[in-house]
Design a protein around this ligand. Structure first.
Ligand code: NAP
Length: 496
């Protein structure tokens, strides 16, 4: 079930939001502490959905700043008016003696951390006379979510529990898998009642949260940052269209080793891997496919009952996207051609960057006979790549004098939110060049804008992204998905 909190500032606005929320939520929470002079009679009259009434004081993380007895009186009035639930902090339970037919939610909120003794705190809530226990903490590390899941798994008392904050967002979705009885969603962006709350639109249309249950398999992206990624839209779209009972989440991970323990303990079935973990994750993988091993970077992990295998779908995706744009570009003036030979064969390719994606693309293009030169800020990293792949290196200050046919940006320079940055000076770009920026957020980076203006053929990172995601999706689901390498991405579930 999904509950929408009403955080309007006036009674009039609250009534309006209440009506809107009732159209998409299973129940709503009236946050009296947000409403200036709330009129409970009008707010609770003719309600089409069950309502939780909450009146949280400032020192409890709420907005109510009046005196304590008036705060409690408002909750008592809600009980008299037959509110379905009232929510009260654990240390105030004694202040409400008679709750009539109203159900009592007893809450514990911690806005700083997820304490080590959440099991003990939860027992206290469950034994306080509550009908429902609500335990909400703050996630400082992604593993904090999994401590909440562990607590939920071990309890049969009706409980709402998740973590707040950016790192806790996954628990707002996955707590439903582990037994949480409902989760909260905002009516819209800007109407959140707590940090990390997702919108009702995202929870229902991307994550299909109401259908999440015990058997729902979990997949996800790990990296840092992850909020630019659209993988959750793509993969959840595929799961939804193909009827696979699985969800794909974004895990912002710093401590890779710690998270891999959670992957095994909670049976996360598969992962996409992004910056900065593509290379470092190899040490945790039991079986690395030979191509990924050669590349030295893994972007896909499959967990088969605790045994992790890794492969790399970036290389075929990038090469195929580039070949397609070059074939399409040449199609207009081509009189004869040899389709067996890749259009990148014998072309001078300059790769900017030497990270995980660069390594995949260098090895992929090397197989196709391209002449590759790597340019990177960190000289040692570039050296390692050119030594491994047997290609050339050039210092960044030589870029303008190089004879480049195809320039590929594999760095994150120009990616949201740093959209005003370009990885190369304007003078490097010449008419007739093919310029491929593997960034896909924004779709047209500053580099591509300049390249377009200069008469270059341009390719953004979307097609590569879709192709690598399609390959991943096939590995995750075992099903054929349209849009992979060699198949122009026409069907792209949920991805605009
Ligand atoms: P990575 O392994 O962390 O490598 C990052 C690369 O970017 C390194 O070469 C790094 O240089 C360089 N870099 C970062 N900040 C820089 C700066 N300010 N100035 C110059 N160079 C800088 O990351 P990755 O996994 O290869 O991913 C790189 C980018 O590709 C990301 O934007 C990612 O979203 C995108 N990507 C797109 C797709 C797709 O499907 N379209 C797939 C994979 C990746 P140093 O070595 O000097 O630190």
């Amino acid at each position: 079930m999904i509950c929408i909190p009403i955080t309007a500032g006036s009674n009039h606005e609250a009534l309006k939001d209440l009506r809107l929320a009732c159209a998409s939520a299973d129940l709503v929470e009236l946050r009296l502490d947000y409403i200036d002079r709330p009129d409970l009679d009008s707010l609770l009259r003719d309600r089409p959905r069950p309502v939780i009434v909450t009146n949280r004081a400032v020192d409890q993380g709420g907005m109510y700043s009046g005196n304590e007895s008036s705060r409690i009186d408002m909750l008592k009035k809600a009980i008299d008016l037959g509110a379905d639930y009232i929510d009260i902090e654990h240390d105030c339970v004694d202040k409400i003696k008679d709750i009539g037919a109203t159900k009592l939610i007893v809450s514990y909120h911690n806005f700083q951390e997820t304490p080590h003794d959440i099991g003990r705190i939860h027992s206290g809530l469950a034994n306080s006379g509550a009908h429902i226990a609500k335990l909400v903490t703050f996630a400082n590390r992604i593993e904090d979510n999994y401590r909440i899941f562990e607590m939920l798994e071990n309890s049969d008392f009706p409980t709402i529990s998740f973590c707040m904050g950016e790192l806790g967002q996954v628990s707002r979705i996955l707590s439903l898998k582990y037994g949480g009885i409902f989760t909260f969603a905002s009516l819209d962006k800007g109407k959140e009642s707590a940090p990390g709350q997702l919108t009702i639109d995202d929870l229902t249309n991307i994550y299909h949260a109401r259908e999440i249950g015990k058997t729902t398999a979990v997949y996800g992206l790990i990296g840092n940052p992850v909020d630019h990624s659209m993988g959750h839209v793509f993969h959840n779209g595929v799961f939804n269209k193909t009827g696979v009972d699985a969800r794909y989440l974004r895990f912002k991970v710093d401590d890779l080793g710690g998270f891999i323990d959670s992957v095994k303990r909670f049976d996360i079935k598969g992962l996409s891997v992004t910056i900065p973990h593509k290379e470092s994750i190899i040490q945790f993988i039991d079986e690395v496919d030979p191509v990924a091993e050669q590349i030295g970077a893994v972007n896909t992990v499959i967990n088969d009952q605790g045994r992790l295998s890794g492969c790399n779908t970036d290389a075929p995706a990038a090469v195929s996207a580039l070949e397609e744009v070059m074939i399409n570009d040449a199609a207009g003036d081509r009189t004869e051609g040899n389709d067996a030979v890749s259009p990148v064969c014998n072309r001078n390719v300059t790769i900017i960057g030497a990270g995980g994606a660069a390594r995949a693309i260098v090895f992929g293009l090397r197989e196709k006979g391209a002449n590759i030169t790597v340019v990177n800020r960190n000289h040692d990293r570039a050296r390692r790549l050119v030594d491994d792949a047997g290609c050339d290196y050039a210092a960044p200050d030589r870029l303008t004098e190089m004879n480049t046919d195809i320039l590929i940006n594999t760095t994150s320079v120009g990616m949201f939110p740093h959209v005003d940055e370009s990885p190369v000076p304007e003078a490097v770009l010449k008419e007739g060049m093919v310029v491929f920026d593997i960034i896909y957020n924004p779709r047209e980076t500053k580099l591509l804008k300049i390249a377009r203006r200069k008469g270059c053929t341009i390719l953004d990172g979307t097609e590569m992204f879709i192709k690598q995601a399609v390959l991943q999706s096939e590995l995750f689901t075992g099903l054929r998905v349209a849009g992979g390498p060699g198949k122009r991405a026409k069907i792209t579930p949920g991805f605009a």
